[in-house]
Design a protein around this ligand. Sequence first.
Ligand code: MN3
Length: 248
Amino acid sequence: MKRRDFINKTGKVAVGVGAIPLIGCKGSGKAESSELLDSSSKMVDFILPDLPYNTDALAPNIDAKTMGIHHGKHHAGYVRKLNAALKDHDLAGKGLEDILASVTDSDGDTGVRNNGGGHYNHSLFWKVMKPNGSEAPKGALAEAMKKAFGSMEEIKAEFAKAAGSVFGSGWAWIAADSDKNLFITSTPNQDNPLMSNIAEKVGTPILGIDVWEHAYYLNYQNKRKDYISNFMEIINWDQVAVNYDAIS
Ligand code: MN3
């Protein structure tokens, strides 16, 4: 698929019910530029979304202190720095998915790439977890998962392997390509599969795990493997299915 088609497709997703609530932005991603201007004609900033549960809701799998710092400091920092990086940047005023599909590995895009990725990735991450997790999905996602991977056990094993193999800081993903076929991949730092000029495998992420040390170190220290297996127990597969269904 050509990149323009990809942007158009994800643009449609961005205004769908399933996708846009993931992304905290006062203006809709598809709003006309005039709607993105406030009364003083300044671009409206991206905002930090609330957690969909209390900071202690995922304990003991993820402890309250980690959640509080991760959301209130780390994610908040990405949002603040994204807004700063977009000042006088060509991509200012675009929706977050369009921004990520357009960033390159040039020095001028570094701030937008790292902090736009950080904002998108964490917005997704909070929503794909819930206390005690949810049952494995039914419907279209279940079919796609079976087609791509076989059994639920194989998916979990491959996803955990991708997460455990990230060198340094990064993310592992289940994502869908332009034909809605699923694949598992990982990305360094705050990159993600939406970054079509950068990512090794391009698509729309539907599930992601943060394997930066800040996501688990307070509770798990160097035991990333234990964090990953405990994350598996709190996956909100219902939300992952919503994310999948929202892809046009
Ligand atoms: Mn993080």
